[in-house]
Design a protein around this ligand. Sequence first.
Ligand SMILES: [Zn+2]
Ligand SMILES: [Zn+2]
Length: 409
Amino acid sequence: MFRFSIRSSQTLALSRGLLLLLALTGAGGTVFGQAEHANPWAPTDPGPLPPIQSLSDGIWLKGDLHLHSRHSHDSSNNSEAKIIDFSKSVGMDFICITDHDNHVQGDVAHNTWIDPEFKSDSVLLLYGAEWTTTRGHGNIFSARPYDHQRLYDVRDQRDIVIGAVKKELGVHLSANHPSGKDHFGFSYDMVDSIEVWNSAVWPKNANAIMIWDDMLSSGRKLTGRGGSDSHHGTPDSPELATKNSYQREANYVGTPTTWVFAKARTLQAVVDALTNGRVAVSANPYGPRVEFYADLDGDGRMDMMMGDNAKPTGKPVTFRVQLAGKTIPGGDYTVSVVKNGDPFKTLKAEGATPAVEFTDTPASIGRTYYRVEVTGPQTAYPEVPKSMALSGNMIGLSNPIYFNFDPNF
Ligand SMILES: [Zn+2]
Ligand SMILES: [Zn+2]
């Protein structure tokens, strides 16, 4: 109503001006008629932001969201049973086996999912696939079987057609390896997350991080996630060692590991947490998890976490970064804070539970986001021993805490 009355009075003032102009110039009435048109493309008010979820209402779960089994033709000796058994042995709570859909003409339902090995008594198995198209790759995550064939069949069509099918299927679409070969070449308006950390080779993700910051800076509330993209299950014995054996020892389940703060230990809760951005990525399953919180109302208690979106109060906000889990005793960890795509602060975190706090006042008007990256000594991952050197000193990253973002994105 407020907006309407402003627009009405503006139109009135404009009309008066035009009448005067018309009287002075003697021009016809067509210009006057145009001034009456409302702008059909004017942005609509997204309305109040959704309430922030409770910080205690959930459970941290870890997993790998990009894995290829033998149903991908570029995989070697990597059966589903091998992937699932290994995932269980390193404490994974969920995984998604994302075979290339083009290797089975879209029929992942009768390949990846119908495989008798697709079962586990402890690891949550998401339904998904790698949507492998000429315009790049994306991963689908779903809590239940869905008609993947429909997405495969529209892969070469316009985004508007693909977006409608994705919406109808109710699945989560994630942009894979967004830079370089097979980069995701579709609109980011139809994706729910982006793979900002692909494989153990951390340095090659610099462009992916840049694209993520670009998308966040352009106003998209977009979850960053990891995925090992591992293809090879060899060697399981020295005799089976092949040219891919190095890859098995360097990049396998959990390099990197994606953590989600889910409301429950269910497939749907994992997908929801991913969509909502309560997500962190660690170099491996044993490495510490980066937790990022904010105290919005200044009462000394954290009331927001990464993925949450709030209206700024105009007052300073206290942010807290902490490393949870297995840190290296006496290790020096460096927390780099990124604000709206730019470096903002660098802080040192030490101690048994390394943690740091900083304050800032998000602008009242326009969008602001903060996210953090943590570097330091790598926690060992003996099952995939060569991954540590490839990840270098990159320990983990958080998702952003958002202010004034459009909740509909
Ligand atoms: Zn790919
Ligand atoms: Zn892949």
